[in-house]
Write a protein that binds this ligand. Structure first.
Ligand code: CMC
Length: 431
C-alpha cells in the first residue's frame, strides 16, 4: 500500500504522499501543502528539505557512505581511475566505453586553450585579486565567447559545453596564478593528461619544463576525484538555483564558484591551513583551539570539522589522510602542520563536545596539507576544489534541465517585518 503522512491542522486531516528513494530514504511530498492547507513549510538552511530527486550522488551521513552513481568512493582510491573518467561517469550516469572516454578526452585537449581576447582580462585584475574572484569572472566571461552554447538542446552541444568548461577551468586556474606572480602564461600541452597538464601550466617556465612527478599527479587526481560531487551542497544548489531560471551553464557554474568560496564551504581548506599556521607560529595551542571552538558565544570554529550531512567520519577525509601520509613520505616532506592536524584530530575525537554533536574531520581537513606538498599556493586551494567540483555542478545542472517537470527555484518566506504603515516625509521623521 502506498505510504502516506497524516497532517492534522485546525481540526482537519490531510494526507500527504511519501516518496521513497532507491536506498530507502523517505520524504514527505509537500508540493501541494500550500494549495491544500494555506500553510508553507519553514526550514531555514534547508536542513530537512529535499530540493530535488537526484540520481548522481548518494550519501549516508550516519554511516559515512559516499557513492558516485552507485559506486563507493573507496573504489576510486584503490583502482584510481582518471579524473576525466570519473567526470564522465558523474555527468553522463555510467562509466564511459573506451571510445567515449577517448572522444571526450580529445575534446578536452582541443579546448584547453582560452580565447586570446580572454587573456587580456587577467591584466584588468589587481595583482592581489583573490583567484576565486578571477575564476568566477572568467567562467562567466566564457559565455560571451560561446553564445552558440547558451541553448544546449542536443547531446553533442551539451558535451561540447561540458568539455570546454572542464578543460578551460584548468587553464584559467593556472593563468590566474601565473598572472598574480607576473609569470608568462605556459600554453597547455597536447600530450599531457588532465592533472599533469595543470601542473605543467602552473609550474613550467619557458626555459625550464616542470618535471611531472607521477606521485604528485596521482595525488592531484585523487584530490579532484574526491571533490567531484557531493549532492545538494551549497554550491551545487546555487548552480541549480541559477540554472533554474534557464541561465546558461557557464553563468550557473560561475555562481557555483562564488558559493564555494566561503569558509564554511570550499574556503574551509584555506581556513584549515591558516588555523594550523597560527598554531605553528605559537599564537595558539591545539588545546586552545579545541577550547575556543567549544566556548559558547565564541565564533571560532575548528575548521575542517563538522558537516551538515555527515554525523560520523567523512569518508573522503579518511582516504585523504592515508593519501596525505603516503604523499609526504614519498616526497620526503616533513610538514609540521600535519603533526598539528593529527594532534587536533586526536583531541577533538576524545572530546564529548565533538563526538556528541557528530563533528568529525571533513574533506578539507587533510586536503590542504596535500596541496602544500604539491607546492600549490594557499590562495589557490579553493580554486583546486572548484576544478574538482566542476563535473558535479555540470551534472546537477544537466539533471535539472533534462527533467521536464523542473521549475524555477523560488522559495517562499515567513514575513516578519512591519505591518502596513504610511510614508513619513523627511522633516516629520522623529528618530
Ligand atoms: N567547530 C566547533 N563547533 C562546531 C563546528 C566546528 N567546526 N561545526 C559545528 N559546530 C557546532 C555548532 O556551533 C553547533 O553547536 P550548537 O548546537 O551548540 O549551537 C552545532 O555544532 C551544529 O552546527 P551547525 O553550524 O548548526 O551545523 P551546520 O550543519 O549548519 O554546519 C558546517 C555545517 C560544515 C558549516 C559546520 O560544521 C562548520 O562550520 N564547520 C567548519 C567549516 C568547515 O570545515 N566547512 C567545510 C565543510 S565540508 C566541505 C564543504 O562542504 O565544502
Amino acid at each position: 500500500m502506498e505510504e502516506k503522512a497524516k497532517l492534522i491542522m485546525e481540526g482537519r486531516e490531510y494526507e500527504l504522499p511519501v516518496i521513497t528513494g532507491t536506498e530507502g530514504e523517505k520524504a514527505i511530498d509537500i508540493t501541494q501543502l500550500r494549495s491544500r492547507t494555506g500553510y508553507i513549510s519553514y526550514d531555514p538552511g534547508f536542513a530537512n528539505t529535499g530540493s530535488c530527486k537526484s540520481a548522481i550522488t548518494y550519501i549516508d551521513g550516519e554511516k559515512g557512505v559516499l557513492r558516485y552513481r552507485g559506486i563507493p568512493i573507496e573504489q576510486f582510491d584503490t583502482k584510481i581511475p582518471n579524473f576525466v573518467e570519473v567526470a564522465w561517469l558523474i555527468i553522463f550516469g555510467r562509466l564511459p566505453k573506451k571510445e567515449e572516454l577517448q572522444h571526450f578526452s580529445e575534446k578536452l585537449t582541443r579546448h584547453a586553450h582560452i580565447h586570446e581576447a580572454l587573456k587580456y582580462h587577467f591584466e584588468g585584475f589587481p595583482i592581489t585579486a583573490p583567484p576565486m574572484a578571477i575564476l568566477s569572472a572568467m567562467i562567466n566571461a566564457l559565455s560571451c565567447f560561446y553564445p552558440e552554447l547558451f541553448e544546449l538542446e542536443t547531446h553533442e552541444q551539451f558535451e561540447e559545453a561540458a568539455a570546454r568548461l572542464i578543460s578551460k577551468i584548468r587553464t584559467i586556474a593556472a593563468y590566474s596564478y601565473r598572472s598574480s606572480k607576473g609569470l608568462p602564461f605556459i600554453p597547455p600541452h597536447p600530450k599531457l593528461r588532465y592533472c599533469a597538464n595543470f601542473l605543467h601550466m602552473m609550474f613550467s617556465m619557458p626555459y625550464d619544463l616542470y618535471e611531472i612527478d607521477p606521485v604528485v599527479e596521482d595525488a592531484l587526481n585523487l584530490v579532484f576525484i574526491l571533490h567531484a560531487d557531493h549532492e545538494q551542497n551549497c554550491s551545487a544548489s546555487t548552480v541549480r538555483m541559477v540554472g533554474s531560471s534557464r541561465a546558461n551553464l557557464f553563468a550557473s557554474c560561475a555562481a557555483g564558484v562564488c558559493a564555494l568560496w566561503g569558509p564554511l564551504h570550499g574556503g574551509a581548506n584555506t581556513a584549515v591551513i591558516e588555523m594550523l599556521e597560527q598554531i605553528h607560529k605559537g599564537n595558539y595551542t591545539p588545546e586552545d583551539c579545541v577550547r575556543m571552538a567549544k566556548e559558547k558565544g565564541n565564533p571560532f570554529r575548528l575548521m575542517g570539522f563538522g558537516h551538515r550531512v555527515y554525523k560520523y567520519f567523512d569518508p573522503r577525509s579518511r582516504i585523504l589522510k592515508k593519501a596525505c601520509d603516503k604523499l609526504l613520505a614519498t616526497l620526503k616532506i616533513k610538514d609540521p602542520l600535519l603533526d598539528i592536524a593529527l594532534k587536533l584530530e586526536e583531541l577533538a575525537l576524545k572530546d564529548s563536545y565533538f563526538t556528541e554533536k557528530g563533528l568529525y574531520p571533513n574533506v578539507d581537513f587533510y586536503s590542504g596539507i596535500m596541496m602544500r606538498a604539491m607546492r600549490i599556493p594557499l590562495n589557490m586551494f579553493t580554486v583546486m576544489f572548484s576544478m574538482g567540483r566542476l563535473p558535479g555542478w555540470i551534472a546537477q545542472w544537466k539533471e535539472m534541465n533534462d527533467d521536464p517537470r523542473s521549475k524555477i527555484w523560488r522559495p517562499r518566506q515567513v514575513y516578519a517585518g512591519e505591518k502596513e504603515r504610511d510614508y513619513i516625509p523627511m522633516e516629520k521623521r522623529q528618530y
